[in-house]
Design a binder for this molecule. Structure first.
Ligand code: AMP
Length: 383
């Protein structure tokens, strides 16, 4: 079975074709063709519809005559409706488009790609896989903001949470590694990439997560501020900052970029090691906040059996992980320096805590597109 995965970002379209040998056991799944179309909306490629045509051309070159058996689409926002992957029809596309206002940079390209792929292969099932849906199990006390109910009812202002596909994927693998059934697994899972979030999982369900109404809340990220006192934003508005300026400030000009002048973790850790005080402070601020969330989420999930790290930073930055684990000492967590330093890279699960650590810390490489392909097969069923 061939599954085409389309991952539409705000200005990119990533794709991969994966071959599964036996859809019942999900054997295989390695990409047999993949690529990315970049700089969409920046003059070179007009929009995601045109990007999709480029992908179709590249696929025809790489795999002549290939028609996928199913197409899985990453969709960022599934609102309150989508609790899992959805087989696409006109009504589902409409529902995704009605959520455009909640994710203006991400949902419109996702919906465009679904429309384009449906037109290109009318008989091929399409599945939408949502970043938010894993978090639909959050209890109300975790998703509510302490605001007037009217803001939730009229504008949908609540915590949604993101990165769900990745969190669920690495969480299941961590449970397997530890020999614990997913339904009994309690863990704190941190996806640390350019965008970062932490999630508390209790009994295989998301019960707390750091991203909120938008993917801005929570941790220090590449260019996003994470938590800021909302009062500071009111103050800035009184100084004359408009909504677009605040949006740029918080989403594109904050985080590591603001604090260390750079959003590449390799450069930041190198600069800190060379004694650069800005890089040092940026790292300590990020690690302090992450450790505080992990401590809190240990409580939210009724006692974690593991801490799981993933994403570009979680998987590759031994320096960042070492700083984090030292801060987690009060939870009884102990760093295994040698295991942590072992060659980084995408090489399967690793435990980076010592045997006598109160809670094991695992590094599990994420593969969102593999997870989307698996979810797509699950929604379509064997064929
Ligand atoms: P992602 O968004 O998951 O691709 O993660 C991007 C982040 O991972 C950036 O901050 C990168 O600097 C960081 N990253 C990627 N590779 C490495 C590496 N080998 N060492 C340290 N950080 C890395």
């Amino acid at each position: 079975m061939l599954v085409l995965v389309l991952n539409a970002g705000s200005s990119t379209l990533k794709y991969s074709v994966r071959r599964f040998d036996q859809e019942r056991t999900l054997a295989g799944g390695e990409p047999i063709a993949k690529g990315v179309v970049e700089r969409i909306d920046e003059g070179e490629v007009a929009d995601h519809r045109e990007a999709f045509e480029i992908v179709r051309g590249e696929l025809a070159q790489a795999l002549p005559g290939c028609v996928p058996d199913a197409v899985g689409h990453r969709v960022v926002h599934g609102g309150e409706r989508f609790t899992g992957p959805a087989l696409v029809d006109e009504e589902v596309i409409g529902a995704i488009e009605r959520l455009n206002a909640l994710a203006p940079l991400h949902n419109p390209p996702g919906a465009l790609c679904i429309r384009a792929a449906t037109a290109a292969w009318p008989g091929v099932p399409q599945v939408a896989v949502f970043d938010t849906s894993f978090h639909r199990t959050l209890p109300e006390h975790a998703w509510r903001y302490a605001l007037p109910d009217e803001l939730y009812r009229s504008h949908g202002i609540r915590r949604y949470g993101f990165h769900g596909t990745s969190v669920q994927y690495v969480g299941r693998r961590a449970a397997q590694v530890l020999g614990i059934s997913w339904e009994e697994f309690n863990a704190v899972i941190a996806h640390l990439g350019n965008g970062s979030s932490v999630t508390a999982v209790r009994g295989g369900r998301s019960v707390d997560t750091s991203m909120g109404f938008t993917p801005l809340e929570g941790l220090v990220m590449g260019t996003r501020s994470g938590d800021v006192d909302p009062g500071a934003l009111v103050f800035l508005q009184r100084l004359g900052y408009g909504p677009d300026e605040l949006d740029d400030l918080l989403n594109r000009d904050s985080g590591f970029k603001a604090m260390a002048g750079n959003n590449d973790m390799r450069a930041i850790t190198r600069a800190a090691a060379a004694g650069n005080p800005e890089a040092e402070l940026a790292l300590e601020t990020a690690v302090h906040r992450l450790a505080r969330y992990i401590g809190g989420y240990h409580v939210s999930c009724s006692g974690a059996r593991a801490v799981v790290l993933t994403g570009g930073i979680g998987e590759n930055s031994a320096d960042f992980r070492a700083r984090l684990l030292v801060r987690l000492g009060p939870l009884g967590i102990r760093l295994d320096e040698a295991a942590n330093r072992q060659a980084a890279g995408r090489q399967g699960p690793r435990v980076i805590s010592t045997a006598d650590s109160a809670i094991p810390v695992l590094v599990i490489p994420t593969d969102e597109e593999h997870a989307i392909a698996e979810a797509t097969i699950g929604a379509v069923g064997p064929r």
